[in-house]
Design a protein around this ligand. Structure first.
Ligand SMILES: Cc1cc2nc3c(=O)[nH]c(=O)nc-3n(C[C@H](O)[C@H](O)[C@H](O)COP(=O)(O)OP(=O)(O)OC[C@H]3O[C@@H](n4cnc5c(N)ncnc54)[C@H](O)[C@@H]3O)c2cc1C
Length: 330
């Protein structure tokens, strides 16, 4: 295990607010994890593309950086056992280069494989749960790895057991994924619907890259954490009431009967698109993405976020919930 002291938090979060991380622990094996003092409640971090440090952190920050990939062919499927430190997009690109189906719609999502089950990453009609067979989780209490099946992970919209009962209980060390040598493209999303039903996995992947690059800011250029808020889930009654006043409100009916609407639309209607407070603002092409234009501060971010939440609440009666993880010690 490597221990790094007094780290610049801007290197550990794609939102790049200034802060200091007192100690960063880089672990690569279960033996490393067994040496950790769980009483210190280390904060688990992947690549920080969904995490924002609002203050300096005394609490140790732990990264699990092992990143091997093991492939097991099974008839028309491939089972991949991927360690948590692997970069997600690198993994997707590799699987597409092999002609395997399953992850192509999830190309270019920043971050690590270990973080992917935490919020059940999703894009363009596909979620991690669609290919995830198991997650290996090291528990601080038992000092052992438990294999959780897909059902045991309790995946939901940007949600899983790792955000709930297992939050702060341990570390995801590996993820098992099932991919297919023969597949059918998932083209329901409107940016992909120009592709033909017999297109290749590479064509879907290329189209996803193109749509994402045209709409989303590159975090290397403009500091951001992607969608800042979750898309709200409404009851049919709530939604019907809103359509009386706002007939254009977007609707994405869910399997459980709820209706998902677009947080980006609500924020745009509330007048925040392209607006900013100091160096924090809403991206001009996609207002759901909050940007740190260079010298943004935690105070500005909190003020801006609260202003958006209050305005959307007042106008639509909908309470926006952050999708990003905000970390602070006060
Ligand atoms: C430009 C941009 C676009 C994005 N687009 C999408 C998108 O389309 N869909 C989507 O779902 N997300 C999207 N995101 C959000 C982000 O990419 C995902 O949440 C990603 O999974 C974060 O990975 P990370 O390694 O950076 O996680 P981090 O920010 O480091 O951590 C996120 C969470 O995972 C936990 N975690 C990380 N590693 C482990 C581990 N090994 N064990 C246990 N817990 C762990 C952390 O404790 C934290 O709670 C986007 C972000 C950006 C910047």
């Amino acid at each position: 295990m490597r221990k790094l002291q007094q780290q610049d938090a801007r290197l550990y979060s794609s939102f790049r607010l200034p802060a200091v991380l007192h100690q960063v622990l880089l672990c690569e094996t279960e033996e490393d994890l067994c040496q950790i003092d769980a009483a210190q409640a280390p904060l688990i971090l992947g690549e920080g593309s969904n995490s924002i440090f609002l203050t300096d952190m005394q609490r140790p920050v732990l990264r699990y950086i092992a990143k091997s990939v093991t492939e097991t062919p099974e008839a028309n499927d491939i089972l991949l056992h991927v360690e948590a430190g692997k970069n997600w997009h690198e993994l997707v690109s590799y699987t597409v280069s092999q002609g395997w189906w399953g992850l192509e719609n999830l190309a270019l999502i920043p971050g690590s494989v270990g973080a992917a089950p935490v919020q059940n990453i999703g894009a363009y009609g596909v979620e991690l749960t669609d290919s995830c067979v198991y997650v290996d989780f090291f528990h601080w209490d038992s000092q052992q790895v438990q294999r959780l099946s897909n059902a045991e992970c309790l995946f939901g919209y940007r949600d899983s057991i790792f955000k709930r009962a297992l939050a702060d209980q341990g570390v995801i060390v590996a993820v098992g994924l099932k991919l297919h040598t023969n597949g059918t493209p998932k083209l329901s999303y409107k940016g992909l619907d120009h592709l033909s039903a017999d297109c290749s996995v590479r064509e879907v992947y290329q189209a996803v890259l193109q749509v994402r690059r045209s709409k989303l800011p590159d975090p290397q250029v403009l500091a951001n954490c992607g969608s800042f808020f979750k898309n709200p889930l409404l009851t049919v009654e709530q939604f019907t009431a809103l359509t009386q006043q706002y007939p254009q409100i977007p609707a994405f009916p869910q399997a459980d009967g709820q209706i998902k609407t677009a947080a980006a639309w609500l924020i745009e209607q509330a007048g925040f698109k392209g607006q900013r407070l100091g160096d924090i603002g809403c991206f001009e092409l996609q207002p759901l993405v909050l940007i740190n234009y260079g010298h943004g501060t935690a105070a500005q971010l909190e003020q801006w976020m609260n202003r958006i939440i209050a305005t959307v609440q007042q106008r639509f009666g909908i309470c926006l919930e952050p999708e990003v993880r905000m970390l602070y010690e006060r």
